[in-house]
Design a protein around this ligand. Sequence first.
Ligand code: ADP
Ligand code: MG
Length: 706
Amino acid sequence: MPEPLSAATPIEFLKGIGPKRAEALTEDLGIRTCGDLLFHLPFRYEDRTRFHRVAELVPGPVQVQLQGVIRKIKEVKQQRGSRLEAEFADEAGDVIPLVWFKGAKWIAKNLPVGKPCVIWGRVSDYKGARNMAHPEVISMQEAKSASALHPVYSSTERLGRFGLHSNGLGQAVARLVHQLKEIHGAHWIEETLPEHILKLRGMPGLAFALEQVHRPKDTNAERLARFRLKFEEFLFLQLLLVQHRNRQTVHQPGAPFAQVGTMFNRFYEERIPFELTGAQKRVIREIREDTRNGQHMNRLLQGDVGSGKTMVALLTALIAVDNGYQVCIMAPTEILAQQHHAGFLEMLGDLPVRVALLTGSVKAADRKPILAGLEAGEVHLLVGTHAVLEPAVVFHRLGLVVIDEQHRFGVAQRARLWAKAEIPPHILVMTATPIPRTLSMTVYGDLDVSVIDELPPGRKPIRTVHRTDAQRLGVFGFMREQIEQGRQIYVVYPLIEESAQLDHKDLMDGYESLTRHFPPPEYRLSIVHGRMKAQDKDTEMQRFAQGVTQIMVATTVIEVGVNVPNASVMVIESAERFGLSQLHQLRGRVGRGAAQSFCILMSDKELGKEARRRLETMCRTQDGFEIAEVDLELRGPGDLMGTKQSGVLDLKVADLIKDRALLEDARDVARRILKEDAELDRPAHALLRVGVERLRASRPDWSRIS
Ligand code: ADP
Ligand code: MG
């Protein structure tokens, strides 16, 4: 080895590892260096100071420890190889069978048959009797020095074959720490946090923390150790994100919207059809603050379905227009883009604001004047889908981009919008999927967040119930009553890519069955699904919106944003197959008018645990933030944000859900530090700077998430 062993040393050079094991460690656990091994922390601890008695054992997932002797071992031939059977008798003379299905020969050779020993394992139920498969056999000496907090590490089968199962990993860590101490003494690993930060929260140094987390002397030491490691992880992440955001907003110029002018004022005085809610007013003020003095706005607007985000977008757009800038509003679907376009035209009335619509289905001939108008600056407000990203779309002076329902737009696409103006346009991202605060602080750490937490007045809560297929006729009866009262109904079917063929069939079967139960001419049904042409979809949507049809049968195409206030019933078929946020979005399609609205979740009787939790949550609450928290718990952060690949949420020690209070704390600390020392130039912050730079280098992708 050329250099003395340190955290940076490739794991291959740790005694007992070597190239083959190193390769497996890297591939299976991402461990490349000795430092990585130190940060492969136990995921739980076992109490190895307690012994059980055979008489009290019951089958179950809990590991137990027994003291006694192994006897009567025999190899039994089986189809492939042989298995090893034995008996274990404890001090009271009670007996439990042991069995090994693999490695019989090797194990037989090494078992301390007839000598007092300790075994550790799970009791299972085998043909009505208890036994223990593949117990771990521990020498008496080892058992005597055992701790109440014996570390358990995650490992893989392959690593197990290399002797690097949980205990093997623990031994490797112990060896490593021992060697590092021999070489470097008490400071066997470089400290990563400055003294004053450690003092701030009464945290131990890194060497102590790592040692105690791997081999805790007691529960308190373990907690303190873990606290320090989590805090550090959150602190560096927050320093990085807050610093990035500060750099973007403070040093990045944005189009100055210095004044509120004629368009905004005329609209506000003459055209606005209702009083803004307090929350809408507050958000407009926040946006106004961001944009008035030439700073760049990068703001996420969260507001539940129906909270009136569109009006905020329109008012912001008018401020941009008043300052001589163009606005681009992007929607994720054609239908939604059309609806926004139509809605804006109607709301603006005779105000001299020119609005254009650009989607994939706008024909070349109609495109030309729009593109020319945009380039000349005559079109003020462009509403569209992905089509607006095409290179042919050139703005005269783009000052604001509004992105509706952001989760459908990739980061790269957003970046393309930036390129369409000299000064990057202000960005307002609107989402109806509330993002738990913990997540918005990490994933969207560099966005400011506004929240509309108030619905327009007069909305009645939607009544949500869960019904099974056996109750379908009752549901049909209820639908008839509602139609008699002049209401309209959505019936939605799941559509999942992997099962698209089958799902499509379900939709068509369902539609057919509905036409039988709701026959013409008394009833009129619409259907919209992904295999229809955009134009046909649009016609059907229009027919439903105008009240020509009473039932809209659809796949999730209606998920985002469609507004038909007279629709008061949402029936969701196979509701157990939808995610929580989807269900919440769908439900948001009703409850927009004055009538009492209903959401009926249809499912099989048999439900998995998670599915039941989702449906229960839907029936219990309508609060989008609460639903988002449950969703986060059920699905985990990576899945929720579609950022699994990004590595942004790859936390090693901390847990976004369980440790959210700590995350908030770390964020506050990060903010305070950066307020005083934006670039971490001060000597007292030197270590912090090193940590942030290391993190930045290790996650080249992180900044592209927002
Ligand atoms: P979302 O936030 O889901 O996009 P919308 O902007 O589509 O919600 O608004 C839902 C409905 O509420 C629309 O019909 C809109 O005109 C209406 N609305 C918005 N703001 C108000 C308000 N302050 N008072 C009354 N109705 C409002
Ligand atoms: Mg909307």
